[in-house]
Design a protein around this ligand. Sequence first.
Ligand code: MG
Length: 259
Amino acid sequence: MAMAGCVAAGNVALAAEGVGIKPGTPEIPGTPWQVHDGTRPQPRVVETGGALSVKAPGDAKVLFDGKSLDAWTTDGKPASWTVKDGILVASPGTLTTKEQFGPVQVHLEWRVPAGRQVNGQGGGNSGIFLMGMYEVQILQSHTNRTYPDGTAGALYGQTPPLVNATAPQGEWQSYEILFHPPKYEGEKVVKPATVTVIQNGVVLHHAREFMGPTKFRQLATYPPKHPETGPLSLQFHGDPIEFRNIWARPIGGYDVEAK
Ligand code: MG
């Protein structure tokens, strides 16, 4: 998200978009922070060894193996993102899986190309949307500062990662994500969606609750009706973010056996 919040790339001196600024957005309940609050503390930086490249387990749905985009569509049409030298390059349109997932484990690897000028939310931005609506942010966050709920691994617009574990620009990063959809009774949420995120082997969130589907500059809240499954989607935010080795495994609910 945050297309509308982009500052044009090109001025490195401004490479701290939103930092130190109260954005005038709604306050997040239970916190003193506003949505996209630049005065919220920056996550502590942790140096890592970079991506953990995990081969798809035998029961995984392979979503991208360096060749085919058969598992995806772009905005309902045949997938049109670029594949070059075994790497998937973010291109116009949202890339969405044909398969629908409920509780799911996802592995993906991503990279912001070296040498690309990055400024806050601009230049190095993508994201993975669970059920097509809950974003875990992808951003060049190694040397680039932005509002903490928009940094790499943030539940965008809601909760920053526990730490900043982003490897240098030009290096591969890995995400392991465990996601459970919200539980409803009628039109009421009785258990919010939760997510665990591990980047480059470092935990960013552990069973963290989403406040609702991702919103930009607004409070996220749960709608009265919610599907039980949804696709995974990758965001095109104007930047040619690169991906490799993407797979997913249904994992069952908290109280349901995995299939
Ligand atoms: Mg994004």
